[in-house]
Design a protein around this ligand. Structure first.
Ligand SMILES: Cc1cc2nc3c(=O)[nH]c(=O)nc-3n(C[C@H](O)[C@H](O)[C@H](O)COP(=O)(O)O)c2cc1C
Length: 331
């Protein structure tokens, strides 16, 4: 029987080194943790923050996948070479980021606008990069039909793995995914595929695995933030309240060790709880949490939920609403 590989999706601002390591310590099952994108600059120096993300830790490098967001082949090859020198064996190219500021600079999903330019970029990075390259993409900018031309370009290169988020840039992370477009990619892609998007329950993962028997991997993002035990459960394990509480409280302790409680830990935990709250019945807590100005106000609400409130069988995603990429982002 096939073994499906599970990746934790990269989520900028959320799935940093601390969250990845604390998650792995409490919830077995995730095969690979994808790092949020690094943006190499033309000065060709890794910032202290970028270096910290890539530092060795409890997770071995073959369970980590760094990602680059750039439209410069030269900067990509430079940064991938630095990352290879640190011992990583694969690098991921971001062709999916829908943020207005990123797309307007022709990066992320902006690279899908011109398949010929993408071809030239890929030619340069595949000939210069010392380690295998995987790619994470969307279907296009406006229309899923754009993907057939994009895929013809991608098929010319030895992509280690192609993760498809079957939405266009315009759709951000909202609405249904285009599984018909993903099915066409399964028929036509040369690279091994990974499916990403709206896999929020073990049943939804199972149905994608059944629909696509050749699929090698799935990538889960928001589902794992809402239910950190999601992959554990997909692999036959259980979610326990004790593990959730220990994960959450270790995460808080690790953040508090190096960050300011009100200025840094509070906004970070609000981002996590925007998803984790979906595991609890709606009771007004999230409204109160969002209004908190201090860590001292916020933390007791988390403890009341985690210790005393019922856990839903599955996270209640219909309550999520629209996922803002960034409130300040021009589209
Ligand atoms: C806040 C946020 C940050 C994200 N950051 C990245 C990123 O750095 N790189 C990337 O390729 N995708 C990024 N994504 C997209 C996710 O990796 C994933 O494709 C998306 O959440 C859809 O998967 P899901 O439905 O399982 O959540 C981000 C998504 C969100 C909501």
């Amino acid at each position: 029987m096939r073994t499906l590989r599970y990746s934790f999706a990269p989520m900028e601002g959320i799935t940093g080194k601390i969250l990845r390591e604390v998650h792995a310590a409490h919830f077995p099952g995730v095969d690979r943790y994808c790092l949020p994108f690094l943006s190499p600059t033309e000065v060709h120096v890794l910032s202290p923050r970028q270096k910290r993300e890539l530092e060795p830790g409890p997770l071995p490098q073959d369970r980590l996948l760094p990602q680059l967001l750039t439209r410069s082949a030269e900067d990509f090859v430079w940064c991938a070479s630095e990352i290879a020198d640190l011992g990583f064996g694969e690098i991921n190219l971001n062709l999916g980021c829908p943020s207005g500021t990123v797309v307007s600079k022709g990066k992320g999903a902006g690279m899908l606008r011109d398949p010929d330019a993408l071809d030239r970029f890929l030619e340069a990075v595949f000939s210069g990069c010392p380690i295998p390259i995987s790619v994470k993409t969307r279907l296009g900018l406006e229309d899923p039909a754009e993907f057939s031309a994009i895929l013809s370009v991608l098929n010319r290169y030895p992509i280690r793995e192609l993760t498809i988020h079957p939405r266009t840039r315009r759709e951000l992370y909202d609405g249904p995914v285009h599984l018909d477009a993903f099915a066409a990619a399964v028929r036509n892609a040369s690279a091994p595929l990974c499916c990403n998007g709206n896999l929020f329950t073990p049943a939804s993962v199972q149905s994608v695995a059944e629909a696509f028997p050749t699929l090698e991997s799935v990538m889960l993002g928001r589902g794992l933030l809402a239910d950190p035990a999601l992959v554990t459960r997909c692999k036959g394990g259980e979610r326990t309240r004790a593990a959730l509480l220990a994960f959450h409280n270790d995460l808080c302790a690790e953040y508090l060790r190096i960050m300011h409680p009100n200025q840094a830990v509070l906004p970070k935990l609000k981002e996590l709880w925007a998803f984790l709250r979906l595991l609890f019945p709606e009771d007004g807590s999230w409204k109160r949490m969002r209004k908190c100005k201090t860590w001292a106000e916020f933390y007791p609400i988390t403890q009341e939920l985690l210790q005393n409130q019922p856990l839903l069988e599955e996270a209640d995603f219909p309550r999520l609403g629209q996922t803002a990429v960034s409130a300040s982002d021009p589209m």
